[in-house]
Design a protein around this ligand. Structure first.
Ligand SMILES: Cc1cc2nc3c(=O)[nH]c(=O)nc-3n(C[C@H](O)[C@H](O)[C@H](O)COP(=O)(O)OP(=O)(O)OC[C@H]3O[C@@H](n4cnc5c(N)ncnc54)[C@H](O)[C@@H]3O)c2cc1C
Length: 437
């Protein structure tokens, strides 16, 4: 006997969006999630009585996606200014102030038919740019794309950048991403704490086996929407994988080999007051409107990028440090206290703020190890050389039975984002519902 017509595996944004759409269409569906919470890599941490949202995963809305238009925080573009640490000096500057933008412009001008290559190889071929520009561009690829520059595809980067980014600074959701989760959270039909380990499938029938809070559980359904993170799908092709598909997803092997999971680490420091307002830059200007602080060239092991939370005041202030790519991978598995100490050291060096005074003003540090998280195994994906079409290949359904959603299946340049995950979930729900219609 069937337990439902369709099962959705994974209750991150893609799974929640897919499930919501299926329910709206009157489909008989279940949603199966390993964690005891919804949201996956969207992970707002509630802090009682605290006025600002604390996010452990996604925080920004990238670009101006129509899917999230209703969630954009008003006043999100309150006047803020950015600074950078250059040769140990604090100067007003944006991320691309030292010429990195020109590198990306030249990259965008490449013929679409030119052979694909990695960003590192592209930089080598364009050695005429000044060192500061090259350094800034590399820091962006590692930081924002969370990628290995020796692997990431220039063709895929060009496609992504062509979608348009945030020219006036990134937006945030009103009150944080908790509001989005609330809006797409289902009223019922969700199995939390159910860790799927086997998906046995044939055309028109799927058996899903899980351990739910340690006890075996099984669902028989006609179709499945798989929203597992890329890393978990990649592992599924190896022996001893956390999730095994029987038969294995051979048809996806090429796509899975042309995508990679990026690494990112964020640490949010909560302070009694906006301590940065007490700091001054090289020219004596106060940092009271500090938005972003870029320090791409800081020594290895230090946190290069920082941003403050809008609305920080004497009622509560917070600043978030960010590392991507190899800097983030280097911190995987470190205890949260070590990460907090590293963050305080880095911030103290960047702002030239006495470390003891920082400690005194600190209320708490918040971080999550996405690399070690068994249900994420990394931050978000990118395409490696030759992989610009791999997102679409991963998204393609198999035998009208397995459907695929999740940020890594987003082929319109919005992979690695919340709105990309949302879009992919809605797309997969439409595909799966159509088969049953
Ligand atoms: C640190 C960080 C910062 C980010 N910042 C931003 C940002 O500012 N803006 C932005 O747009 N995007 C950002 N992103 C990316 C964004 O969070 C993701 O693209 C998006 O949330 C992915 O959603 P998803 O549904 O595809 O995957 P997920 O959220 O990973 O959902 C997959 C679900 O599958 C579940 N699962 C895994 N294994 C099993 C199993 N065996 N059985 C059952 N369930 C399982 C997981 O628990 C998870 O809930 C960030 C990501 C990270 C990690």
């Amino acid at each position: 006997m069937l337990d439902a017509d369709i099962a959705v595996i994974g209750a991150g944004v893609a799974g929640l969006a897919a499930f919501q759409r299926l329910r709206e269409r009157g489909c008989d569906a279940v949603l199966i999630e390993a964690r005891d919470r919804l949201g996956g890599r969207v992970y707002p941490e509630p802090v009682a009585g605290w006025p600002l949202p604390v996010e452990l995963g996604a925080e920004f809305i990238h670009g101006a996606p129509p899917e999230l238009a209703d969630f954009v925080a008003e006043g999100a573009k309150a006047p803020q200014r950015n600074w950078a640490v250059v040769d140990g000096e604090l100067v007003p500057a944006d991320e691309f102030a030292f010429g990195a933008g020109a590198i990306f412009e030249r990259m965008a001008a490449r013929e679409a038919s030119a052979p694909d290559l990695s960003f590192a190889a592209f930089l080598e071929q364009n050695a005429d740019f000044p060192a500061a520009a090259r350094q800034g561009a590399l820091a962006f690829i590692e930081g924002f794309e969370a990628a290995d520059p020796r692997r990431i595809s220039v063709r895929a980067l060009n496609r992504e950048f062509a979608q348009g980014g945030e020219h006036e600074g990134p937006l945030r959701p009103r009150g944080g991403y908790a509001g989005l989760l609330e809006a797409i959270a289902p009223a019922g039909g969700v199995w939390l704490g159910a860790v799927v380990h086997t998906v046995r499938w044939r055309r028109g029938g799927v058996e899903i086996e899980a351990l739910r809070h340690g006890y075996p559980h099984r669902w028989q359904v006609r179709r499945v929407i798989v929203t597992l993170p890329l890393s978990i799908l990649q592992h599924s092709l190896q022996a001893g994988a956390p999730v095994a598909f029987e038969p294995p997803l051979e048809a996806k092997r090429d796509a899975l080999e042309h995508l990679a999971m990026g690494g990112a680490r964020r640490v949010t420091l909560r302070f009694r007051e906006p301590i940065w307002e007490r700091c001054r830059d090289e020219r004596g200007s106060a940092l009271d409107a500090l938005g972003f602080l870029f320090g791409g060239a800081v020594p290895e092991g230090h946190i290069p990028t920082w941003w403050t939370a809008p609305g920080s005041s004497s009622h509560g202030a917070q600043i978030t440090g960010w590392l991507g790519g190899r800097r983030a991978w280097a911190l995987a598995g470190l205890a949260p206290e070590r990460i907090a100490a590293l963050a305080l050291d880095s911030l103290s060096a960047a702002l030239r703020f006495h470390r003891g005074d920082l400690d005194n003003a600190l209320l708490a540090a918040h971080t999550h190890d996405w690399e070690a998280d068994p249900y994420a195994l990394g931050a978000y994906c990118y395409a490696v050389v030759g992989g610009a079409d791999a997102f679409a290949a991963l998204a393609a359904p198999l035998e009208h039975t397995l459907f695929f959603a999740g940020e890594a299946t987003e082929a319109t340049g919005a992979h690695a984002t919340v709105h990309g995950a949302l879009r992919s979930g809605r797309r997969a729900a439409a595909e799966a519902a159509l088969v049953g219609a």
